[in-house]
Design a protein around this ligand. Structure first.
Ligand code: NDP
Length: 317
């Protein structure tokens, strides 16, 4: 058990947390980055990354995160592994409590704990993830150029993904479990007016069907929610868009969260409801959710935090 002190604590080590660390370290704030149970965040489970600027060729997600980690360390950030299970934002310096009894004290805290895409929980889904199945159309849509694509879900994300995918395919099917969409009316209108999108109502996925060597998605078995009848549709790409879960359970009662449990920040900034606590990346962004936008808001958080510290006279250390 030990006490760790820093002017800036960063919680999370995806693109948001590590970008904040790079900027904070270069501003001599000697940040400590606390990496949780999934260091590197969602890019660690992504294979090919083609949309992160600066790389002419396709790169691997885990490699990109390794580079960001080394860059943060080379700039002077200290990376530690711990699972934070308690926070005290009632007074500065703030405290983060680790599972093993370590306590981290920080003048400011940057939260970059990210979000996880929800999956349907099917065995066939686990088997075909990254082999035709994805949870991010902006990331992976390009790989399905000219192919038959399905999107599962009925919210804003599902509808936006279906619309986006028409840039790559003229055969997109939206599959929804009810007979009406949850998405905003304006998005629904765009979807229904699109000649290359069809909607299958009251259907759930019974099984994703794979074939070939290497294995890839070829079809989807759908179950009718009223009759239980199974029908099969061809699909070489499928996007599960049934929502995300931001990693915010730790902050309930400590910070203002929105109705979907994302951390609320002041418009155009990373300031949370507690002065001195900042949030960046997918934990506060339910709209863009890209590595590059997470990195961008990570940079913003470091700059916001630095300005907060410079403008405040009561540094504890
Ligand atoms: P939502 O929770 O809004 O929608 C999830 C959709 O997935 C629902 O239609 C739901 O069905 C369906 N679903 C959930 N679980 C299952 C399941 N097990 N099987 C089948 N279908 C399932 O998530 P979104 O990601 O779409 O949006 C999250 C938040 O982000 C919302 O507040 C949204 O408005 C916001 N957002 C805003 C955007 C924008 O402003 N441009 C863009 C993207 C998101 P059912 O309807 O039956 O519950």
């Amino acid at each position: 058990m030990a006490d760790h002190k820093s002017r800036m604590l960063i919680l999370g080590s995806g693109p948001a947390g590590l970008s904040a660390a790079i900027y904070a370290a270069r501003a001599n704030m000697e940040p400590i980055v606390i990496q949780g149970v999934e260091p590197g965040g969602q890019l660690m489970t992504t294979t090919e990354v083609e949309n992160y600027p600066g790389f002419a060729d396709i790169i691997q997600g885990p490699w990109l995160m390794e580079q960001m980690q080394k860059q943060a360390e080379n700039c002077g950030a200290k990376l530690v592994w711990d699972n934070i299970s308690g926070v005290d934002f009632s007074e500065r310096p703030f405290k983060l409590m680790g599972d093993g009894g370590d306590v981290y004290h920080g003048d400011v805290v940057v939260i970059a704990t990210g979000a996880q895409a929800r999956w349907l929980g099917l065995e066939s889904e686990t088997l075909l993830r990254g082999k035709g199945l994805s949870a991010c159309a902006t990331c992976d849509g390009f790989f399905f150029k000219g192919k038959k694509i399905a999107v599962i879900g009925g919210g804003n994300t599902a509808v936006e993904e279906a619309l986006y995918l028409t840039n790559h395919s003229d055969d997109v099917t939206l599959i929804h479990r009810r007979d009406s969409l949850r998405a905003e009316k304006v998005l629904q209108d765009r979807l229904f007016d699109h000649p290359n999108i069809s909607v299958m109502w009251e259907k759930t996925v019974d099984k994703f069907v794979g074939d070939g060597d290497p294995l890839g998605l070829v079809a989807i078995d759908l179950k009718d929610t009223k009759t239980d009848a199974i029908t099969q549709i061809d699909a070489e790409g499928a996007f599960v868009a049934i929502g995300h879960d931001p990693a915010t359970s730790l902050f309930k009662g400590h910070l203002d969260l929105d109705d979907d449990n994302y951390i609320q920040v002041a418009t155009g900034s990373t300031r949370t409801s507690v002065p001195g606590v900042f949030a960046c990346g997918d934990v506060m962004d339910k709209i863009y959710r890209q590595a590059v936008t997470a990195a961008g808001t990570g940079c913003m958080a470091a700059l916001d935090a630095e300005r907060f510290l410079t403008g405040s006279a009561d540094h504890a250390w």
